[in-house]
Design a binder for this molecule. Structure first.
Ligand code: HEC
Ligand code: HEC
Length: 289
């Protein structure tokens, strides 16, 4: 209890907030069993922290455990999950002959099921090029080099619909990004960024998501900042949000200049943050407030 009070003081000082209203609560005790077209699927939303985190925490939790009852409920039934509209749109796009010479994703990859497992292991270092690749990077490589189109970029509808569709193929699989071998230098760089204090508030990702998870900040229950639920349907934006878009928002909240999606910095950070969730289920497309 005393420890929580000290944490509260530190966080309140950093945010310049009044002390009143800074409360702590455990992640909600609940199970994420999803009703979908293919029956029910139980996801791993909390588990033992991966080895590299053992010194700082015992248990990792999906951000789902920190959301309110109605938001959690929306993710329990695909019929109520507003993200499924975007997944369907992604499927239509997948089958369309949109390439310069009428290529389609389906023409080369068959069904989107061929992407099963990818979301659980990305970002990853591509064996052929040695580059750190996110799903968006893979998609844009095909869009430009194999379909003769302009890159889709990171924030447009086509990319986000496709990202949602591809991520759904790995729903229920356990996140397992590699952090050793060729991934090690990228992972180290991402870790360094995670613990760097940015902006006027001098706060790092860890200041909020490691040291102060469980606190309420501006009535928001602070999670561990995991990305196993990404992309997510954000109710506030009424649209799909990728992990790196979420990072942009968080860095801005510290009143710092932020990196851009697809920058080397954010790609390394995405790998590092993904590795903090090794052991949690990919949620496909989650629902957040
Ligand atoms: C000033 C405190 C603060 C800092 C610093 C901060 N965040 Fe956040 N972050 C929040 C709040 C508040 C939310 C919304 C509630 C939640 O999910 O924790 C959030 C949400 C998130 C989420 C969404 C989790 C989910 O499951 O929906 C991710 C991912 C995330 N942050 C990553 C980061 C990363 C990476 C950094 C460092 C670049 C960072 N955050 C820095 C406050 C912060
Ligand atoms: C002309 C054929 C072709 C088209 C069209 C094409 N791709 Fe690809 N795609 C490939 C090849 C070849 C690879 C690389 C496979 C490898 O390196 O093992 C690839 C790799 C990928 C990967 C990485 C998969 C993995 O497991 O490593 C993704 C994701 C991807 N494509 C998505 C798409 C999407 C989305 C579209 C449609 C917008 C698309 N591709 C269109 C041929 C194509």
């Amino acid at each position: 209890m005393r420890e929580h009070m000290i944490k509260t003081l530190v966080a309140s000082a950093a945010f310049g907030l009044a002390l009143t209203g800074m409360a702590y609560a455990e992640p909600v005790d609940d199970k994420l069993v999803i009703e979908g077209e293919e029956g029910t699927l139980e996801l791993v939303t909390s588990t033992k922290a991966p080895d590299h985190l053992q010194e700082v925490m015992d248990t990792i939790y999906s951000g789902w455990h920190y959301r309110e009852d109605d938001t959690r409920a929306m993710q329990k039934d695909d019929f109520d999950n507003p993200a499924m509209v975007f997944v369907d749109r992604g499927r239509d796009l997948w089958n369309k002959a949109i390439g310069k010479n009428s290529e389609s994703c389906a023409g080369c990859h068959n069904g989107p099921e061929s992407m099963k497992g990818l979301r659980a292991v990305t970002p990853r270092v591509d064996a052929k090029t040695g580059k750190l690749m996110t799903i968006e990077n893979y998609v844009d490589a095909c869009v430009t080099e194999r379909m003769g189109l302009e890159a889709w970029g990171w924030t447009g509808d086509k990319m986000k619909d496709t990202l949602a569709l591809i991520s759904m193929q790995s729903r229920g699989e356990v996140v397992n990004v590699a952090i050793d071998g060729p991934a090690a230098p990228f992972w180290e760089k991402g870790k360094e960024i995670y613990y760097t204090r940015f902006g006027q508030l001098e706060m790092s990702c860890a200041s909020c998501h490691e040291e102060n998870q469980g606190l309420f900040i501006r009535s928001d229950h602070l999670s561990q900042g995991q990305i196993n639920g990404f992309p997510t349907y954000r109710l506030k934006d009424a649209g799909i949000l990728s992990a790196q878009q979420r990072f942009v928002g968080c860095v801005r909240d510290t009143r710092a200049e932020t990196f851009k999606p697809n920058s080397d910095e954010f790609k390394a950070l995405e790998l590092y943050v993904a590795s903090r969730g090794n052991g949690l289920s990919v949620e496909g497309v989650s629902v957040r407030h």
